[in-house]
Design a protein around this ligand. Structure first.
Ligand SMILES: Nc1ncnc2c1ncn2[C@@H]1O[C@H](COP(=O)(O)OP(=O)(O)OP(=O)(O)O)[C@@H](O)[C@H]1O
Ligand SMILES: [Mg+2]
Length: 371
């Protein structure tokens, strides 16, 4: 998937922008505060419906305006093989629009049709983001790591979204019963069975997804951090190797009743990266963590490409930050070889320009919200 045209209105310091974008490398350069990250943020919003910098949508809407509007023309080419040979490729163009008001209200359009759910738009915009803050994927809370798995499953496993939504609905139901002290009276056991069945499916999908990523992870880390062996270790949210989920619900029922919520299950799942058997947080330097997270994003993009037959859109904010010259080159080469449309921001283009050929690179200079 690639963004051919992007229109941005009333978004951060951009009043109005209309950009024609390159299919491969888009390099965005400019001084501090010029709008580089905001450009990536706009593309990210099309894939996620929200910003990666704030949960408050009103911060993203331009000062003194009611709403921001994003419009993009996308080109989809499915059927590409992993080696990029183009046997049986079919192309399609999609036009998408996303308006978000300060109040939070959203308007979504896909190919001229009004959509109620953001997921209709998200499916068309597979975005991977790398920023200096991305190391939080490893160092931060478990929610980010659950989102990592679920992003992948949403895009590559069509049935996952419905299964996960069903689980969340049932979980709310069970939690409400627990909170109101009604679990023992109002068919608590029935809801436990339903929730456990949905949860086991979610867990099984995650196991097979991370198993698939494991092999690719070591392949990528071979180039970034060749001295180590990397492995995902999945924590299912309950002791899955010894108990069925239903048994876990039953064993923890007294605690859950006391707390008023369900304390075990796939909503508590997360993963770790083991580096030569040791938690990556304990082992790697800051720059090495950045390389690991970049590898994780590229691995997800590669898996998407293998399974969907097309590329993700890669966003890299402040690429040179925290990386030595050798590693900047390694990352640039990996981005190039991904075959994806890539957006890279940097304050000083001279550092990384030489890693890309002029033919595949489009340079954008940002200055006070204009390009
Ligand atoms: N809601 C808003 N309305 C108007 N301007 C805003 C809004 N939010 C942020 N800005 C301004 O937008 C500008 C662009 O910020 P951005 O983070 O994109 O800059 P940048 O080019 O990435 O800078 P840096 O190199 O420091 O990372 C900043 O000057 C910021 O103050
Ligand atoms: Mg920035």
């Amino acid at each position: 998937m690639l963004v051919e045209r992007l229109v941005i209105e009333k978004f951060r310091n951009f009043s109005q922008l209309n950009l024609e974008l390159a299919p491969r490398i888009n390099m965005v350069c400019g001084a501090n505060g010029s709008g580089k990250t905001s450009l990536l943020e706009a593309i990210y919003c099309l894939g996620f419906g929200r910003s990666f910098r704030t949960h408050q949508i009103k911060q993203v809407v331009q000062d003194n305006q009611d709403a921001f509007t994003l419009f993009a023309q996308l080109r989809e080419s499915t059927g590409k093989l992993a080696d990029d040979s183009d046997v049986g490729v079919t192309e399609a163009v999609h036009k998408i629009g996303y308006r978000r008001f300060r109040s939070g209200e959203a308007q979504i359009k896909v190919d001229g049709e009004v959509e109620k759910r953001f997921s209709a738009l998200a499916r068309l915009v597979p975005v991977q983001l790398m920023t200096p803050e991305s190391v939080e994927l490893i160092t931060g809370g478990p929610k980010l790591r659950r989102q990592f798995m679920d992003w992948g499953l949403f895009h590559v496993e069509q049935s996952f979204y419905a299964g996960w939504s069903a689980y969340v609905r049932l979980l709310k139901q069970r939690n409400a019963l627990l909170r109101q002290g009604q679990h023992h009276r109002q068919d608590g056991a029935y809801w436990d069975h339903q929730l456990a069945a949905a949860g086991e499916q979610v867990a099984a999908a995650r196991v097979s997804y991370l198993d698939g990523l494991n092999a690719l992870l070591n392949q990528y880390c071979q180039r970034f951090l060749p001295q180590y062996d990397f492995r995902f270790k999945l924590n299912h949210g309950w002791n899955k190797d010894e108990q069925a989920l239903l048994e876990s619900f039953q064993a923890k029922l007294d605690v859950d009743r006391k707390q008023g919520f369900t304390s075990s299950g796939p909503h508590k799942a997360e993963w770790q990266i083991k580096v030569d058997g040791i938690d990556a947080r304990e082992r790697l330097s800051r720059g090495q963590l950045k390389l690991l997270v970049s590898a994780l994003r590229l691995v997800q993009a590669e898996d998407y490409k293998i399974r969907r037959g097309e590329s993700c859109i890669l966003l890299v904010d402040d690429l040179p930050a925290e990386l030595d010259e050798q590693n900047q080159e390694t990352l640039c080469n990996a981005l190039k070889e991904s075959g994806s449309q890539v957006f890279i921001t940097t304050i000083d283009e001279s550092k990384i320009k030489s890693h890309f050929s002029a033919a595949e690179t489009q340079l954008f200079h940002v200055e006070h919200g204009t390009i």
